[in-house]
Design a protein around this ligand. Structure first.
Ligand code: 5GP
Length: 183
């Protein structure tokens, strides 16, 4: 029987994700011991990662979300970043942890850090589930990283293609001959 997600091939398994997310949570808890953190999730791709990560952070935290978009329905970055939803609370004087799904060209993280610095946070760290270092256009700060991936278009565990596949429990690879890419 063909799975509902077709021929998307698993690249990182649910067990590997769970193990790494727990490790990241432990590192963050250690590094910020005695402090309070504001987690800022970058929507929509980080929503599952943020939900799992925050349950492994043993510190007082608050959560906020930044809606940013650098991809239309394409698999290549447009380099144009749009704010689709702003933070709901000021972050001046706070320790901030940005939670990203994937760093690709680095343009989104660069934009985000400039924007957040202007709001005078006390410190800003970046935690990304995935990194595609081979695609970097500008240097990107990543303080906590889940996995490096090769130059593939990945979906699942929050990451989408045309809005779909976010609910896959694994990170998978879209086939190069996927009809919607090829077409
Ligand atoms: P950057 O600004 O670093 O080029 O891109 C960051 C954003 O592009 C990510 O937050 C993500 O939304 C999107 N992106 C980059 N690479 C991929 C990928 O392989 N798969 C998916 N689904 N989104 C990606």
């Amino acid at each position: 029987m063909v799975a509902w997600y077709g021929d998307i091939e698993e690249v990182i398994s649910p067990a590997e994700i769970a193990k790494r997310v727990a490790e990241l949570g432990r590192s963050i808890s250690r590094d910020f011991v005695g402090r309070e953190l504001v987690l800022i999730g970058v929507l929509k791709g980080s929503f599952l990662f943020m939900a799992d990560l925050c349950r492994h952070i043993e510190l007082p935290i608050t959560c906020d979300f930044f809606g940013l978009s650098s991809y239309g329905d394409q698999t290549k970055s447009t380099g144009v970043i749009r704010i689709t939803s702003d933070l709901k609370r000021p972050i001046a004087g706070k320790d901030v942890l940005v939670v990203e799904d994937i760093v690709d060209t680095g343009l989104t993280v660069q934009y985000l850090l400039e924007n957040l610095k202007a709001r005078r946070a006390s410190s800003i760290k970046v935690c990304s589930l995935l990194d595609k270092p081979s695609r970097r256009v500008v240097p990107a700060q990543i303080d906590y990283l889940g996995f490096s991936v090769p130059n593939l278009f990945v979906v699942g565990y929050g990451l989408d293609f045309k809005g779909r596949y976010r609910n896959l429990p694994f990170v998978g690879k879209l086939p190069d001959d996927h009809p919607e890419i090829a077409g």
